[in-house]
Design a protein around this ligand. Structure first.
Ligand SMILES: [Mg+2]
Length: 407
């Protein structure tokens, strides 16, 4: 018999995510059947509860849906916006727990161990407050399944959607499993459930009580992993983050080899911006910037700049790149240019330089944030360093028609 919370995992799952995101920016659609269409408007990817009530099924063909629900609101999917909402959701979760294991665009496992003591609240109250914060900041609802491992948390979250919370403590597992058919265990599915039924296994609890040897014989290793999870053990540990990258490099070729150093510098800064975005997204600092070049004969050059302190300050990176550009060997013909960030370390606990001007630091930080926000909102080429305007024959891809703001 296990205790109630030998380990506490939550699965946070945004309710009808794409449709919920649309409702967040179109509050006037609330209470109406709203459907989000996939690429080429072919099928329904997400639907509001009202559309579900009207009889719209998962992945229903768009033209069937229009027949079933002629007065519904059909929206073309805006995946850039959903990605942004997803990122914001994960940011909120990370503020509550140091370990967030992103499972999909709208689902993440959270490690709740130790949080009861930290926030002095029971787990379901913590979940309630996170739900509230997500709703306040993003305008969408999320559901929580809380249990002792990933699979049970996943099964729990399915029960009370939308805006639900279900906690299944160790001592409640058996009662919970008794209510569910074995096909509800993620990874069992209908085929395996049909096979189990031949052996008299109908409920998830019967599955959990079956002898190990039988499970192994019938369902192999993967079945055994699920069986252990149904018994409250851990087969699938939480993965906090994918291992951080060792370096971040971005480079590309010119349409034809060139000799203009301004253009080489411009392309290098353009790639520095991409690398910088990735640095920030991964919450890393860099200790060294390398200007990466390849000449007409395909010789590779790396010109390094070491920072005194690891940094994620865009201004500092750009001025380092300017310095590196002045060291580019003269009278060469260049094929490609790029930027590489190496000696990466996690951005937590950045050491403050006592001699650094705090005003300057704050301003630089604000500029960097503003740049990231604008780029997220309007696409990457919205805010570019003035230097990248010099690129004439190496066209960065993106929303080139937009007028860039030059910093
Ligand atoms: Mg979801």
């Amino acid at each position: 018999m296990i205790g109630n919370w030998p380990n506490t995992i939550a699965l946070v799952d945004a309710d009808y995510f794409y449709a919920n995101c649309e409702l967040a920016r179109h509050p006037e659609w609330r209470g109406k059947p709203v459907m989000v269409l996939g690429r080429l408007n072919s099928c329904i990817l997400a639907k509001s509860p009202e559309a579900k009530k009207a009889g719209i099924g998962t992945a229903m063909a768009a033209w069937d849906a229009r027949k079933v629900c002629p007065h519904g609101i059909f929206v073309e999917g805006d995946f850039r916006y959903y990605t942004l909402m997803s990122r914001r959701l994960m940011e909120i979760l990370r503020r509550w727990s140091p370990v967030v294991d992103v499972y999909s665009v709208d689902e993440a496992f959270m490690d709740l161990n130790g949080l009861r003591g930290l926030y002095r609240k029971p787990f379901d109250q913590i979940a309630r407050e996170i739900q509230h914060e997500v709703h306040e900041s993003l305008g969408i609802t999320v559901s929580f399944g809380i249990s002792v491992n990933k699979t049970l948390a996943k099964m729990a979250v399915e029960i009370n959607k939308p805006n639900g919370i279900l906690a299944v403590p160790g001592k409640g597992i058996d009662a919970f499993l008794a209510t569910l058919p074995a096909s509800e265990i993620p990874g069992i599915g209908f085929n395996r459930a049909a096979l189990l039924e031949k052996f008299g296994i109908r409920t998830a609890l019967q599955f959990a009580r079956w002898p190990q040897i039988q499970i192994e014989r019938l369902l192999g290793k993967s079945g055994l992993l699920l069986w252990r999870e149904m018994r409250g053990e851990i087969s699938f540990p939480l993965q906090s983050e994918s291992a951080p990258p060792k370096s971040i490099g971005r480079t590309s070729s010119f349409d034809h080899p060139i000799s203009s150093l301004d253009q080489v510098h411009g392309l290098a800064v353009y790639h520095l911006e991409r690398a910088f975005e990735s640095l920030r997204r991964n919450h890393l600092l860099t200790g060294e910037l390398v200007l990466h070049l390849r000449d007409k004969e395909f010789h590779i050059y790396g010109i390094p700049h070491r920072f005194e302190q690891p940094t994620d300050d865009f201004g500092e990176l750009v001025s380092a790149m300017r310095e590196l550009a002045s060291k580019i060997p003269k009278s060469h013909i260049w094929r490609s240019a790029g930027a590489m960030l190496v000696r990466l370390t996690p951005a937590t606990g950045r050491q403050l330089d006592l001699f650094e001007d705090p005003q300057k630091m704050v301003r630089s930080e604000q500029l960097t944030e503003a740049r990231l926000k604008l780029n997220e909102r309007f696409g990457r080429t919205m805010v570019r360093s003035g230097t990248t305007l010099l690129i004439t024959n190496a066209k960065p891809k993106g929303n080139e028609h937009r007028l860039p703001i030059v910093l």
